[in-house]
Design a protein around this ligand. Sequence first.
Ligand code: PLP
Length: 366
Amino acid sequence: MTNRAEAVVNLSAIKANVALLKAKAGVDLLAVVKADAYGHGLVPVAKAALEGGATWLGVALLEEAIALRSAGITAPILAWLIPPGSDFKSAVDHDIDIAVSSLIALHEVSAVKGAKRPRVHLEVDTGMTRGGFLSEWDQIDLQDIRDIEIVGIFSHFARADEPGQAQNLEQLNRFKKMVANLESFGYNNLIRHLSNSAATLVDHASAFDMVRTGIAIYGLSPDVKTLGTSEKLSLKPAMTLRAKLHLVKEVPAGSPVGYGATEVTKVDTKLGLVAMGYADGIPRIAKNAGIFVDGKRAPIIGRVSMDQFVVDLGASSKAQSGDWVIVFGPGDSGEYTADDWGSASGSINYEIVTRIGPRVNRIYEL
Ligand SMILES: *Cc1c(COP(=O)(O)O)cnc(C)c1O
């Protein structure tokens, strides 16, 4: 593989973030490692999270869960987006806990025959109106599910990153009701889980038996505006994205840059060509982001291309062709952050890290 772009992932930061969040929650922590651990790398992150004190792993897809088992990970794993028609037997054989949110899926899972009983977490819709049982909740026939083990019940917040929002309390209350409803049928010792990262950080009343933390274990704030930056939350951003300057060149004032000539150099300057583009997850529409080199920020100029983008280094820059630059990092040295890239592209830090493409090598630091 060529040496032109790397995502350096600091595994000690992941461990420290998990330990901090677990201490805050005061209950078990499920580390959410879906989508290749938010772009950070599934297996190394899962191992680091377990070392940091996570006791569960959570993924969306069955294949993500099986990849963890294939890597020798034996911790409990919950997968919550296995659609009807999937190979539920394979989930059961791999000791993967299955989230169920429809009668169809419940019937398919309870029909799995084998040495082990399927382990199920019932997902309930408490007001996000996305996943989870809603109208079918009262139609679950407990006779039908004798052959499965109901391990847990869970739901998901829509607005946990807005502390004080009335919807949070409504969701919490509905969750309590649905838990009580299930318990009234003799299902006790359920693992009840509701909180995501934002709720774990600000809402103790929703912790129940386990929290499911994603973005915060990567050291990123669920919402910089409402909850503050990583630094304020004592989280350590784990990923630093570096790329090579393919080329540095002097250009005169008045030079149109890139496709569509959307920007023109205002003065004589040096431009740097960075060897990453939208195929690697650099948002094409990013404005007011860029790179960090030679002790300062150099903003994007012109449109981001598929494999490359151009930055304005400034006439006095000492950066040279072949130098490494930081696209984003924790921000300690003045470099742009994933938060900056998120707001520069009308998006969020989640999308920035998750979309770093497969052409970018992941490098791990202990
Ligand atoms: C992605 C996800 C999480 C983690 O959310 P964060 O905001 O990243 O902490 C938790 N639970 C479910 C069901 C999810 O899909």
